[in-house]
Design a protein around this ligand. Structure first.
Ligand code: GDP
Ligand code: MG
Length: 163
C-alpha cells in the first residue's frame, strides 16, 4: 500500500535534512539560514523495505514574524489533510518551544497518525529536549539525528505498523 508522510515543524529543526536522507537526493534545499526552501516538496522515500511519498513542508522560512504563526497553522493543516502520517519534528537541543506547543495542539486535534521526532538528537546536549518532548502528548518521541542518520531504525518501527 502506498502512503504519504508529511514532515512538519517550525523552521530550522531539520525537516529538509530528513527529507533529503529519505529521498536520497538533494531535492529539498538545506541551509543554515532560514529563507532558502519554499513550498511543499514531494519525493519518493525509501526506508528499509518501505516505499512512500514524503512531503517536506517548507514555505515557512521566508515568513515574517507577523505572518509566521498563521502560515504555520495553515500549512500544517494542509499537510495533515494530504498526509496519512504526520512526522512532527522538534529540535532536541532547543527543547519544546511555544511554537512547538502550537503545532502539537493542531496535530492532537487532527485524526492523522502523528509520529514525534526529537531531531539533532546526537550527543548529551539533546538529552533534556528528548525528555521534554514527552510532555507534548504525542506519544514516545523518536530520538533522531537526520544529519548523522541515527534513529532511523526507530523511525521505521513507528511507521511500519501504520503503513
Ligand atoms: P528545516 O528548516 O526544518 O528544513 O531545517 P534544515 O533541514 O534546513 O536544517 C537546519 C539546520 O539544522 C542545518 O544547518 C542542518 O544541517 C542542521 N541539522 C539538521 N539535522 C541535524 C541533526 O540531526 N543534528 C544537527 N546537529 N544538526 C542538524
Ligand atoms: Mg527546510
Amino acid at each position: 500500500m502506498s502512503f504519504t508522510l508529511a514532515i512538519v515543524g517550525r523552521p530550522n529543526v531539520g525537516k529538509s535534512t530528513l527529507f533529503n536522507r529519505l529521498v536520497g537526493k538533494k531535492l529539498a534545499l538545506v541551509d543554515d539560514q532560514p529563507g532558502v526552501t519554499r513550498d511543499l516538496r514531494e519525493g519518493e522515500a525509501k526506508l528499509g523495505d518501505l516505499r512512500f511519498t514524503v512531503v517536506d513542508s517548507a514555505g515557512l522560512e521566508d515568513a515574517t514574524d507577523d505572518s509566521l504563526q498563521g502560515r504555520m497553522r495553515r500549512l500544517t493543516e494542509r499537510a495533515v489533510e494530504m498526509a496519512d502520517i504526520c512526522l512532527f519534528m522538534i529540535d532536541a537541543r532547543v527543547g519544546v518551544t511555544p511554537t512547538d506547543e502550537m503545532f502539537a495542539e493542531i496535530l492532537r486535534k487532527k485524526s492523522a497518525h502523528v509520529i514525534l521526532a526529537a531531531n539533532k538528537g546526537e550527543g548529551a546536549a539533546a538529552d533534556a529536549g528528548v525528555i521534554e518532548a514527552y510532555a507534548l502528548g504525542l506519544g514516545e518521541p523518536i530520538r533522531l539525528s537526520a544529519e548523522h542518520g541515527e534513529g532511523l531504525n526507530d523511525l521505521y518501527s513507528q511507521i511500519m505498523p501504520l503503513a
